[in-house]
Design a protein around this ligand. Structure first.
Ligand code: 5GP
Ligand code: ZN
Length: 112
């Protein structure tokens, strides 16, 4: 599913430009526009859903696929020394874009 009002769906569709670092039929990885670490990538499923709490078996298969790809994508982007994955769920976590995404942070010693 695609939501035409969703920023990340629009990035997937190419209507909003982004610095893509990896793309296949299921997922896209691109640079965060406001990086919170030296390297800050966002990995998204192409299928739009808003929240981790909307996870189901099919979406979990995609998430599993993404988690198998992320280590090689991280390595290709210079994160051999480690990195952190974050999924923000909802308002208390400060989620601002409601299309599930995994933050990939690294390129330096992270503060916590
Ligand atoms: P959240 O707070 O929802 O977990 O993270 C959303 C992230 O998306 C933020 O780190 C923000 O900088 C990033 N972001 C928001 N809009 C855009 C955009 O148009 N392009 C890119 N590359 N990143 C975006
Ligand atoms: Zn979306």
């Amino acid at each position: 599913m695609i939501d035409k009002n969703c920023v990340f769906c629009r990035i997937c569709g190419g209507q909003i430009p982004s610095s893509k670092v990896y793309e296949d039929e299921k997922m896209l990885v691109f640079k965060d526009i406001e990086p919170k670490a030296k390297v800050h990538l966002l990995a998204i499923p192409k299928d739009h859903f808003k929240l981790l709490s909307e996870m189901d078996c099919e979406r979990a298969e995609t998430l599993k696929y993404m988690l198998t790809k992320i280590p090689e994508i991280a390595k290709e982007n210079g994160l051999e020394n480690g990195y952190r994955l974050i999924i923000n769920q909802g308002d208390d976590a400060g989620q601002t874009v409601f299309h599930l995404h995994i933050h990939i942070l690294g390129g330096e010693t992270l503060p916590w």
